[in-house]
Design a binder for this molecule. Sequence first.
Ligand code: KG4
Ligand code: ZN
Length: 378
Amino acid sequence: MNILSIDTSCDETAVSVTSGRRVLSNVIYSQVLIHKKWGGVVPSLAKRAHEERIDFVIEEALKRFYKLTDPAPAFPPVSARKKPLRAVGIPSSRVTRQFTIQTMSQIDYVAVTQGPGLAIALEVGIKKAKELALTYKKKIITVNHMEGHLYSSFVQNSKGNPARDFKFPYLGLLVSGGHTEIVLFKDHLEYEVLGETIDDAAGEALDKAAKMLGLGYPGGPILEGFAGEVGNKDEYKLPRPMINRKDLNFSFSGLKTSFLYLLKKMNEKEKTDKIRELASSFQEAVCDSLLIKLEHAIKQTGCARIVCGGGVMANEHVRKRLRRLVHKYDGEVLFPPFKYLNTDNAAMIGIVAGLKAKKNQFVKDFAKLDRIPRMRLV
Ligand code: KG4
Ligand code: ZN
C-alpha cells in the first residue's frame, strides 16, 4: 500500500511516498532562508512559498519513488523527451503527463496534514491533496501533525531499518516550535494528553531568546551551539516555571520575561561577552522544565519508555540529559532514527496514514475537508 503524503503545516513544504513504515521517497523544501531575516515564520510568506513549490516537491517525490520501484522505465524518462507534456493536476513542464499518470497509478491513497499549524499554510496542502485525489481517483486520509511527530521514532528507511518494534505504552515527549506536550501513547492511534504548555512552546521560547540575543533563526540550534562552548553551564539560574506543581503542564512565557529583564540590566558589552553563558542558561532552564515534568509523568504513570518528537528533541544536550533520567528508571528512550525526522517532514504523516488506512479512516466528503489550525491530538 503506497501513500503519497503532504505536510505544509509550517515552514517546510514536504511530500513523501511511504509503504507501511518504509519511506520510499521523501522530499523537504525548507523555507528557513525566507523566514530567517524576520526572526520567525511569517504566515503569508509561508503560504506563498508553499504554493510556489508544492508542485515541484510532489514531482520530485514521485520521481524518486519511481526510480526506486521501477529501475527500467516502460517509457522514455522525462529528460529524454524533447517537449514534456503538462501533467494533469500538476501543472509543470518538468514531468510528463504519462509519467505522472503511471506513477500515480501506483499510489493507493493521498494523505495530508489537517492541523495543527498555520491556517493559510495548511490550506495549500489540503487543496493540493484534494486536487490529486480528484484527478487520480484516490481516497484521502487526514493526519494530525503531532501524531506524525509521535510516530517519527518508528519510521524506517526503504529497506525496513531500523527494525524497532512497538512496545506500548509509551510516554511521548513532543517539543517543537508550536507545541510542548507529554502524551500517553497507549496503542496505535490511541493517545491521552497528560500535560501541555499553557502559553509558549519550548521551541518558540528558544527562538525568542535567540532573537533577544540578536542571534539568528531558528534559535534552538544556535543556542545549543553557544551553550556547548561553555559546557552547558547554568550561570544565571533563570526560573523554572511550574515545576513545583504536580500537574504536567508547562509554561515558558515567564522564563522569557525573566530573560528579558536580565538582558535589560546588562550593557551591550556585557551581553556580547556573556553571550554563551546567557544562551546556555536559557537552554538549561528550558531543559530542566521539560525533564522535571517528564519525571513527574514517569512517576505518575509508572511508564519509563519514552518516545521523542519535534524539533527541540534534536538537541544533543537535552537528549543526553534525557537518557540519564530514563536510565535512573531502568527505562528506554527512542529518538527519530534519521536526522530529517527530527523536524517537519511528510514521511511521519505517511506512517500514521498507513495505520489509518488499515482502519478505513478515510475522508468521506472532500467538500467538507478543511484545515484545523488548532487541531488537538484527542
Ligand atoms: O518540529 P519543528 O521543526 O517545527 C514545528 O512543528 O514547530 O520544530 C521547530 C523548533 C524551532 O523552535 C527550533 O528552534 C527548534 O525546533 N529546534 C531546536 C533544535 N533544532 C530545532 N531546538 C533546540 N535544539 C536544536 N538542536
Ligand atoms: Zn512539527
